[in-house]
Design a protein around this ligand. Structure first.
Ligand code: GCB
Length: 597
């Protein structure tokens, strides 16, 4: 805990230019909320005219003031209310053709009426804004949030007015060399307010956060903590799980904090039986309801055990991209369709690549019985020696774990993907692995590590980052970037780590409907054949405990330019973005079905 406080304080010191969001409120679904989704007026501002004056100083009369001309001679060169509209949640690229490739600033504005209530505090909560969000209420700055895939909230109790109010958000999705991720990604840089926006009403002292899961390796010991926020911090609190006959009384200390251990007899959550329990937490001033499931996850040697039983993770990788509609996924329906396809494929596991996905994905996975690998966008070539970059990555990890730590289907926190094997990177990522373990001792830590050939037929897994991980992830592209598909038949895998391995990626591109022989690249036959050879190889690796091939669905990428084939899509999907299954889908489905027996 101390280490985390240090890391977070570092973040505060480095970014003193704007106020930081306040500590995250746990479980928005269980709170009293008022949605600010819907139509927002926007101004597309490529030169940031609404932010800087002509000397490039921050303009105290920027667009966030939302002023109107006072008389007919008054010069005001913008007008939100006459400007166009974007839907929230939703990226801007897929809503307006002229914004398809846009990277820069868009101002968002929404007015809302509010009736102030006694003894009630009010927060504004953003599910995610990509990438940099400056938030203002009634012409006053609330603060800034950096990072495109995690939630943040600001308290507005003293800033909200009786009657009409307005929120302005300056959103900038310019890629930055010192960003997390950096400028180089194989996915679309969707900008905008991409997830739900809510007002949250809470009592003066409220249950801000809690952690309720089984202790590592245990099937009957619930362990956790909870944190109150407000003036009356020392309170009696009850944690109830009626169906399991649990009603535990605890008392928070003068800082509003308490830990607890509860002996329990529970039906454990598993893919075969995704059992959820209703939970009620009562303090004398607040009540929160949640649905929580319980399972244990651990490794022994090179094996993974779910609820004490060895498990092979039949997975698939998924980007947060919407089927059919296209653009960023955000809704329950998007999640149901993507995860429904994963189920149809025979999966018990998904890798949500390469950044934290929206909460609907996790909650639907929980209901559908799908285990989850959750990841932060520490991807490829971020700046390992830059303290600010570390603080940013650390903050995104913190927000990801804070939001999802009560969701049992998440078994793995991944601290990054395909990063180069250098000392500074290993130091950087070890610190993230330590942070994840410190925040959540109940789960396993992983990352997609780097491998290398020690002879033409042997690939060695000895990335020094492996020391800090519980499970080794590894992306391999035999048959695509590395030789022909048949090469897989000749390859042996070696490691001195006595740890489980997951192939976090393998695959190849195919254009749906393009049929040819198995040696013709981009054909469905080529991709299906590649999967067959991969499966031959996979069957021989004794320490391989799971796989998440690349990828469930074709997804947009500005790096994929081949006309007629790619057209800005990475075509490694087993399914097209319109829902058509390619031949390789059925190859993998047959294999997964055979493993179920
Ligand atoms: C990878 C990356 C993934 C890419 C994929 C590809 O190794 O992790 O983000 O999209 O390869 O298709 O090349």
């Amino acid at each position: 805990m101390k280490k985390i406080a240090f890391i977070l304080s570092l973040f505060m010191i480095i970014r003193t230019d704007f106020a930081q969001p306040q500590s995250l409120i746990q479980n928005i679904e269980g709170r009293k909320t008022i949605s600010l989704n819907g139509d927002w007026h926007i101004i597309i501002d490529p030169y940031e005219t609404g932010f800087f004056n002509y000397r490039l100083d921050e303009d105290p009369n920027g667009f966030f003031k939302n002023v109107k001309p006072k008389n007919k001679s008054d010069r005001v060169e913008y007008d939100f209310d006459q400007s166009e509209i974007l839907k929230v949640p939703g990226d801007w690229n897929s809503q307006k053709e002229k914004l398809f490739l846009y990277e820069g600033t868009v101002w968002y504005k929404k007015s809302f009426d509010y009736n102030k209530k006694n003894k009630t505090r009010l927060y504004i909560y953003f599910g995610a804004v990509n990438y940099d969000a400056l938030v203002y209420i009634n012409g006053e700055k609330l603060g800034e949030h950096v990072g495109g895939f995690t939630p943040f909230n600001f308290e507005i109790t003293d800033k909200v007015k009786e009657g009409e109010n307005f929120i302005v958000v300056k959103v900038n999705n310019k890629r930055l060399r010192d960003g997390v991720p950096t400028v180089n990604t194989d996915w679309w840089n969707y900008g905008g307010i991409t997830r739900d926006v809510n007002l949250i009403e809470v009592p003066e002292t409220f249950i801000r956060d809690y952690f309720i899961q089984l202790a590592k390796g245990s099937k009957d010991n619930i362990c956790g903590w909870l944190q109150l926020d407000g003036n009356s911090l020392s309170q009696n609190v009850n944690i109830k799980i009626p169906e399991a006959g649990i009603d535990e009384a605890v008392k928070t200390d003068k800082n509003g904090y308490t830990t607890f251990k509860i002996k329990s007899k529970l039906t454990l959550w598993s893919p075969e039986n995704p059992k959820l329990y209703d939970i009620v937490i009562n303090s004398s001033s607040d009540t929160v309801k949640d649905k929580i499931s319980f399972r244990s996850i651990e490794t022994k040697g090179s094996k993974i055990f779910l609820n004490g039983k060895e498990i092979f993770l039949r997975g698939i990788s998924i980007h947060e991209e919407a089927p059919i509609r296209s653009g960023r996924a955000y809704s329950i329906e998007d999640a149901q369709m993507l995860l429904g396809w994963a189920k149809e494929l025979g999966c018990n596991f998904v890798r949500l690549a390469h950044y934290p996905h929206n909460e609907n994905m996790i909650r639907q996975a929980e209901q559908m019985g799908i285990l989850v690998w959750s990841e932060i966008p520490v991807y490829w070539t971020i700046l390992w020696d830059d303290e600010k970059v570390f603080a940013n990555a650390s903050n995104q990890l913190n927000e990801n774990i804070t939001r999802d730590k009560n969701r049992a289907p998440i078994i793995l926190w991944s601290v990054g993907n395909e990063t180069p094997r250098t000392d500074s990177r290993t130091k950087f990522m070890k610190k993230l692995a330590d942070q994840a373990r410190e925040m959540d001792s109940t789960r396993l830590i992983t990352a997609a590590t780097e491998t290398h050939y020690i002879n033409p037929n042997t690939i060695m897994i000895d990335d020094p980052l492996g020391k800090s991980l519980d499970v080794l992830g590894c992306n391999e592209y035999i048959g695509w970037y590395d030789g022909t598909p048949a090469k897989a038949d000749t390859i042996n895998w070696k490691t001195d780590y006595n740890k489980p391995l997951i192939f976090s990626e393998f695959g190849g591109g195919a254009k749906y409907g393009f049929h040819a022989d198995t040696t013709t690249i981009w054909s469905e036959e080529f991709q299906a054949n590649l999967y067959k050879h991969q499966i031959n190889m996979i069957k021989k690796i004794s320490f391989l405990q799971g796989m998440t091939p690349w990828i469930l669905m074709d997804f947009r990428s500005p790096k994929r330019l081949l006309p007629g084939i790619q057209d800005y899509y990475n075509r490694k999907g087993l399914i097209t973005n319109k829902g058509e299954m390619k031949m390789a889908f059925y190859v993998l489905q047959d294999y997964y079905n055979s493993l179920k027996k």
